[in-house]
Design a binder for this molecule. Structure first.
Ligand SMILES: Nc1ncnc2c1ncn2[C@@H]1O[C@H](COP(=O)(O)OP(=O)(O)O)[C@@H](O)[C@H]1O
Ligand SMILES: [Mg+2]
Length: 295
């Protein structure tokens, strides 16, 4: 994380486009905002748009604005995000979802700094730094004909990949305490410790929703639990290893680890009872605890 922030400061000072890759919740928007805040453009606006949430027509008008009468419902002139972000930064989230015919217009504004609003005739000139994000590999989108090659190079001057939380050694625990300390200040509850079983469950969980999900889990603990120590009861069912509908199925090893943690949680950490519950001997449970580094 530290190395990332040093890199960010350097990237911020340049004018280049940045393409942020990584799963949902890994902090792509946070990084985009940080780059803007550290850049010489910090006093100008930062605008953000999620390209996946608009129909093609509405996305064009959202980005480039429209003139009165351009389409049904366009009752007055409206500025688009490129105009609103002038001198500043525009964050295009889920950029792979921009339809092909709009990709040409995006490339033009990035190369020539001009665009024509929907239904308009006169080109508008802007100076906008584009930072985009995608959770799909753009190269694959290009290879499969859904994304323009030339635009992908424009967007990818500096590619930055944010790894999933489960691959970031030490970050789960560090972010956990960061969120606990933030929420402690809100006065709902004061947590100053966590049981071993609860921390084991937190560390064992694969965090498919990454940092966003970790933050929600900490908020959940503040709402459902009481007292200064966070215990497994304060964790949501999926964290305790109880399967919930719609949860992605992990590897066999992850499932086993989850079942063991859930059994320990049900029996307040008593190994004999947990082993009996799992239908295995105590020695087998001990062996598995070592294998999963739960001891
Ligand atoms: N390193 C971090 N420290 C603190 N909070 C973070 C960190 N990374 C992400 N978050 C928080 O996690 C949530 C998801 O981050 P976001 O940038 O929206 O992810 P993405 O755009 O990749 O889906 C936000 O609430 C954000 O503030
Ligand atoms: Mg996001």
């Amino acid at each position: 994380m530290e190395a990332l922030f040093t890199k960010l400061r350097r990237i911020a000072r340049a004018h280049c486009t940045v393409l942020l890759g990584g799963e949902t919740g890994t902090g792509k928007e946070l990084v985009a905002r940080a780059i803007h805040a550290e850049s010489p453009r910090r006093r100008a606006p930062f605008q953000a748009v999620n390209c996946a949430t608009f129909s093609p027509t509405l996305l064009e008008s959202e980005l480039f604005g429209h003139v009165h009468g351009a389409f049904t419902g366009a009752v007055r002139d409206r500025q688009g995000l490129f105009a609103l972000a002038n001198q500043g930064t525009l964050f295009l989230d889920e950029v792979a979802e921009i339809p092909l015919d709009l990709q040409g217009k995006l490339l033009r504004v990035m190369q020539e700094k001009t665009f024509v609003p929907v239904g308009g005739t006169r080109p508008v000139t802007v100076d906008v730094r584009v930072i985009s994000a995608t959770n799909k590999p753009l190269r694959r989108e290009v290879a499969e004909g859904r994304f323009r090659d030339d635009l992908s190079y424009r967007l990818r001057v500096v590619p930055l990949y944010l790894p999933p939380l489960r691959r970031r050694d030490g970050d789960v625990e560090a972010l956990f305490w960061q969120f606990v300390s933030e929420l402690n200040h809100q006065g709902m509850r004061r947590i100053d410790g966590v049981t071993r079983t609860a921390m084991d469950a937190i560390l064992a969980y694969p965090w498919p929703g990454n940092v966003r999900e970790l933050r929600s889990a900490v908020e959940y603990a503040f709402v459902v639990g009481e007292g200064p120590t966070l215990d497994v009861e304060d964790l949501s069912p999926e964290l305790r290893g109880e399967p919930t509908p719609g949860m992605p199925v992990g590897s066999l090893a992850e499932m086993e680890r989850g079942r063991i943690l859930a059994a320990l949680a049900r029996h307040q950490g008593r190994k004999a009872a947990a082993a009996a519950d799992l239908g295995i001997s105590r020695t087998t449970l001990w062996r598995k605890l070592y294998a999963h580094r739960l001891r």
